[in-house]
Structures are given as structure tokens and as C-alpha cells.
Ligand binder design. Structure first.
Ligand code: IMP
Length: 173
């Protein structure tokens, strides 16, 4: 049986979301922002973050790249599963990720989005997991940083389970 050790409590997640939402609200004041959530893991984070942004015009879209599957080791072989529908040409884009680990997924997605000619692209992540970073990715807004460990809950899965947990746990197999 895996062991689940709580690492980020529900109220702390909400507190951190409020904190970054305030910064994002200030940074994008008077501008049109397109939030692009990375499926599936970012669905709860994006939903909570979007509601706290005090901006007049916010568009929301999603994309999906290949994920961990049933493994806990990051894939270097990234495949695009779902692309965006919103036209981001000339727009300010904020990519919303659940967790950035090696950064390879994000590097791939950013390159992909750049081809649509956005005005700017920044990255917002619920968790910035730094130890295994391979791509030179800047996380512009992060709720929290962790060094290592496999996390589940609040959108994060292990083999598609545990996404519904309201807080974040370190899962030990
Ligand atoms: P990266 O390409 O190594 O940065 O991996 C990014 C993706 O791997 C994330 O969007 C997650 O879907 C998944 N991932 C990375 N670390 C974890 C984790 O600790 N728990 C669950 N999923 C993870």
C-alpha cells in the first residue's frame, strides 16, 4: 500500500493562490489575458486561480501533452494530444501548469504556442519542483516550490487516481 504524507494543506493552497492572483492581477492590469491550462493536472488550480483574478477580460483554453501514464518518471517523449482553440496572436498568454518537474513538457508547449505569435508568454505553476530540471524554463508565478518527491492530489495523479484529493500529498510507494 502506498503511504500518503500531507505536504500542502487545503487552506495553504488557497492562501498561495490568492497571493499569486494578486500579483498576476497587478501585472496584467488593463490587458487581455489568455489562461492556457495544461490538462489534466491543472484543472483544479486553473479553476481556483481564474476566479481570483480581478481582470476585465480573461479567456480560458486548455491543451494537453503526454503525461506520466502509470509511471512516476517524467517522459522525454512528448506528444501533443489536444491543442488550443482560442486565437492567441498578439495576446498575453499565461500557461497554467500543475507541476513543473524536468520542465521538458513546458519547454515543448511554449515552443508550440510561440508559433501562434502571442504578444507574451509567461508560466504559472502550482508547484515548482526543482531538483530534476532539465529545460531552461522560468516559472514566473509559483504557489510553492519543492525539491523532489512524487506528489498527488489537487489535480495531481498517480495512474489517473487521486486527482480529486483536496490537498497535496507526498506519495511513497
Ligand atoms: P516535466 O515535463 O518533467 O516537467 O513533467 C511535467 C508533468 O509531469 C506535469 O505536468 C505532471 O503532469 C507530471 N508530474 C511531474 N511531477 C509530478 C508529481 O510529483 N506528481 C504527479 N505528476 C507529476
Amino acid at each position: 500500500m502506498p503511504e500518503f504524507i500531507p505536504v500542502i494543506k487545503k487552506h495553504e493552497i488557497q492562501r498561495q493562490i490568492l497571493r499569486i492572483a494578486e500579483t498576476i492581477t497587478t501585472d496584467y492590469q488593463g490587458r487581455e489575458l489568455v489562461l492556457i491550462g495544461v490538462l489534466k493536472g491543472a484543472f483544479l488550480f486553473l479553476a481556483d486561480l481564474a476566479r481570483e483574478l480581478k481582470l476585465e477580460k480573461v479567456k480560458i483554453d486548455f491543451l494537453q501533452a503526454s503525461s506520466y501514464g502509470a509511471d512516476t518518471v517524467s517522459s522525454e517523449n512528448i506528444v501533443m494530444k489536444k491543442d488550443i482553440d482560442v486565437d492567441i496572436r498578439g495576446k498575453d498568454v499565461l500557461v497554467v501548469e500543475d507541476i513543473v518537474d524536468t520542465g521538458l513538457t513546458l519547454a515543448y508547449l511554449i515552443n508550440h504556442l510561440k508559433r501562434y505569435g502571442p504578444r507574451s508568454i509567461k508560466v504559472c505553476a502550482m508547484i515548482d519542483k526543482s531538483e530534476r530540471r532539465k529545460a531552461a524554463i522560468k516559472v514566473d508565478y509559483a504557489c510553492t516550490t519543492v525539491e523532489n518527491g512524487f506528489l498527488v492530489g489537487y489535480g495531481l495523479d498517480y495512474a489517473e487516481d487521486y486527482r480529486n484529493l483536496p490537498e497535496i500529498y507526498h506519495m511513497k510507494l
